[in-house]
Design a protein around this ligand. Sequence first.
Ligand code: KG4
Ligand code: ZN
Length: 340
Amino acid sequence: MKILGIETSCDETAAAIYDEEKGLLSNVVSSQIEIHKEWGGVFPELAAREHTKNILPVLDKAVKDAGIKLSDIDAVAFTAAPGLIVSLVIGVSAAKALAFALDKPLVPVHHIEAHIFATFLEKKVDFPFLALVVSGGHTELYIINAFEDYKYLGGTLDDAVGEAYDKVARMLGLGYPGGPIIDKLSTKGVCSLELPRPLLKGKPEHKYNFSFSGLKAAVLRETEKNKYKPEDVAKSFQEAVVDVLVNKTLEAAKEYNVKNIVVAGGVSANKRLREVLTKEAKKLGINAVFPSLYLCTDNAAMVAYTGFLRFKKGKTVGYDFQPHARIRMDRFVKLLSVPN
Ligand code: KG4
Ligand code: ZN
């Protein structure tokens, strides 16, 4: 069985083909980073225009790289939620057009679910496991009991962690996307700023919630004093972020007695997070699993694979399906609970 995956939820136009027997046959990503750089973040209208320009060339390359004919695919999987609606609709429309022309089923995938199950392309992880999702739009903790059985533990009350990285990088005039730049710069710095660890201790209802906008504001206040080197700001910010993420994740892993933690989303590429979480989890006999870097940031391999898992359960949607800009992963799968 071969599944085509399409991803256009933000600023990457991507297509990939997953084969049940042979694994990933192709994985094409067209990045718009250069276009959004001057805005310091993703500019929705430009993103939509670029998706429109790139979607067919990317699809064409994915099919050619796979060495198959388009008609060989068994289903079209696509990112159905969440994301920038103007970006999502391009991928959804392309998926529908292909499904219609080829008379193949349409399989919707949640972007966060895809980030989590991307790990399985390299290594199967035993259920239940804890998922820490850290990206430009999300910071969430879930217990994954099985595919499509998700328990939400908490999430950010304001900025996502990747968004905080991007905003701090913009404040320091470092460029976009901020995460990799801060990650690299911080290796040259010392932790000289006193920064808060938001929601690390406090109300029980926020045990697994996050907040990064106060931390971002604290960085701004400190940098306005002009006393610190950018590398020291980067290091101090990154240590505060990693401290919060690692502590909350391990607390949840202990409470729910899981032996595996899957870290997913763009920020899972962060070197310091990888190092500290792996080390601290190991002390508790817990395994922290991080996908390879090409699977951390947005791609369609994760969509094709998650679409494959969903298609095997017989879940497809009709031509009238609409994407959702904001919907939690556990709620999204409930909408699909009755096979078509
Ligand atoms: O998952 P992703 O590619 O797109 C979304 O779904 O949001 O994540 C993009 C985010 C950006 O905010 C980027 O700055 C961040 O991931 N990121 C990183 C690193 N690499 C990418 N953040 C921290 N450290 C990194 N090495
Ligand atoms: Zn993503």
